[in-house]
Design a protein around this ligand. Structure first.
Ligand code: SF4
Length: 363
């Protein structure tokens, strides 16, 4: 059986399987482009379960494209707090502003116009155009690549752009319209719930089981072929939670680079010892009264790992050079990424200082 025929078989069996097995997800309630777009962007690098709450809160605060375009950036960051990859939400807003300027507030329908919006790549454009407008535009992400690579027993590395392009073209050649939106969602669903990335896929429950070339002999263990990942760079950082008269010291991060524009607890490269941390606080005019706690935590970004040592200092003066924020205000208004939020969580009784949120990537 040729690859094309195998894919046609897959496309034939998926709609019924999807109808019987799809999860009830909030963004599947309708095919409104704003909703599908928002969910696709939120779901990048993030688990479905984690996204549900964020999605509902975001839509409650910013129910449509004009509201998103006009939103205060501080509110945007707060709504995204803990999801990671914060450039996604800034690009959402830029795209919303462009939709107002160039498209009269109506979400564009052509793949090229959708693809031209900030933050939208081939995958998201394909997902939006197929799900919302029934266009035969595949959306090939890691989940879908895994399914294709296993069904076809693709021997080449799927991280090579040429291989990904060829698989996408093969799929596009047999994409149905109408039926494109269901197929896009069904492929994603199969990759997310049956043809799993870690551990054994559920081949016994898979609608592709009869013609998949990776089921026999557990070839799925070696498919897809992936490129070796570079090891993460490990950096040590010293973090200060400085408390004075019910307020905490914060700083705003630079407007570009890692965690751009977000709030942070004061921190510096390297690991200080406790005495050096107290001396530094004294030099900065903070009049440290007590070292209340010391905590070590690791936070993992995509390419970097921060090994953090945090000192909780009770201070006698709100020295300049910091933004002193009342604790309630910090929680309700300031977007503090998980790398720092976990030290705030550790101040609450009953918390052990581990991050409660899904974020492990915060670029
Ligand atoms: S049969 Fe198994 S390996 Fe093949 S697509 Fe289905 S779950 Fe994946």
């Amino acid at each position: 059986m040729e690859a094309q025929e195998r894919l046609e078989n897959l496309i034939r069996v998926l709609p019924d399987w999807f109808a019987a097995n799809k999860r009830d997800l909030p963004w599947r309630a309708d095919r409104e482009p704003y909703h599908v777009w928002l969910s696709e962007i939120m779901l990048q690098q993030t688990r479905v379960e984690a996204v549900k709450g964020y999605y509902s809160r975001f839509l409650a605060a910013l129910p449509d494209i004009p509201a998103l375009a006009a939103a205060d950036p501080e509110l945007l960051h707060k709504l995204w707090e803990g999801l990671g990859y914060y450039s996604r939400v800034r690009n959402l807003q830029k795209a919303a502003q462009l939709i107002l300027e160039r498209h009269g507030g109506v979400f564009p329908r052509s793949w090229e116009q959708v693809r031209a919006l900030p933050g939208i790549g081939d995958y998201s454009a394909g997902a939006i155009c197929s799900i919302c407008f029934e266009q035969p535009t595949p959306a090939v992400d890691g989940n879908v690549l895994r399914v294709l690579s296993r069904v076809l027993a693709e021997e080449r590395c799927v991280d090579e752009p040429r291989v990904k392009r060829e698989l996408t073209a093969l799929l596009a050649a047999c994409y149905p319209s109408p039926g494109a939106g269901t197929l896009t969602q069904a492929l994603m669903e199969l990759g997310a719930t049956v043809c799993l990335p870690n551990g054994a896929p559920n081949c016994g429950l898979c609608p592709a089981g009869e013609f998949c070339l990776s089921r026999e002999g557990e070839l799925w263990r070696r498919r897809p072929v992936r490129a070796k990942k570079k090891p993460r760079r490990v950096e040590q950082r010293t973090v200060f939670v400085l408390r004075c008269d019910g307020a905490l010291a914060l700083r705003k991060r630079k407007s570009s680079g890692l965690l751009a524009g977000l709030w942070e607890f004061p921190n510096l490269p390297g690991h200080l010892e406790a005495q050096a941390a107290l001396d530094l606080a004294a030099e900065r005019g903070l009049r440290p009264r007590a070292l209340e706690r010391e905590l070590e935590r690791t936070h993992v970004f995509t390419h970097i790992q921060w090994d953090m040592r945090c000192f909780y200092l009770r201070c006698g003066a709100q020295a300049p050079g910091f933004t002193w924020v009342r604790e309630e205000e910090l929680d309700s208004r300031c977007a503090l990424p998980t790398a720092f939020r976990m030290f705030r969580e550790a101040m609450e009784p009953g918390r052990d200082g581990r991050p409660p949120s899904p974020e492990n990537n915060s670029l």
